[in-house]
Design a protein around this ligand. Structure first.
Ligand SMILES: [Cu+2]
Length: 133
């Protein structure tokens, strides 16, 4: 009886967190760091050279990790050693959701999206390669 009550009490917070933050976006891609799961999808779905696009993001902490305090989104071309000509604006929404706007890949080739998730005094850097034709 006592053990049953304890188990129920321990389960509740986990269920609550799962409902609050889902690291899945329909049609999105996932990236993982030691502490976070991040999902993103671009709007529009197909990124075009020289056209502004936005990213919808979900950032969920893994078990026992405090939630993200801030998220930075940037991109660069590693082979060309340059970044974007624009700085992305990131806005937070409830449930670990974020929207980054004002990104633009101004030339074709391999870009790397960089997501910096700040939490508990340190930053997790997640990256994702995107090749534009
Ligand atoms: Cu370049």
């Amino acid at each position: 009886m006592r053990a049953g009550v304890l188990a129920a009490a321990l389960l509740l917070p986990a269920v609550g967190e799962a409902q609050q933050c889902s690291p899945f976006l329909p049609g999105g891609r996932q990236v993982e760091s030691a502490r976070f799961l991040l999902a993103y999808r671009s709007v529009p779905e197909k990124i075009a050279v020289g056209k502004h696009f936005a990213l919808e993001l979900a950032v969920c902490p893994k078990a026992g990790v405090p939630g993200p305090e801030s998220l930075r989104v940037d991109a660069h071309m590693p082979e060309h050693r340059h970044g974007m000509n624009y700085k992305a604006q990131v806005a937070a929404a409830p449930g670990g959701r974020y929207k980054a706007e004002g990104l633009m890949f101004h030339m074709p080739g391999r870009w790397e999206l960089v997501f910096d998730v700040r939490s508990g005094g340190t930053t997790d850097r997640l990256t994702q390669s995107v090749t534009l034709e």
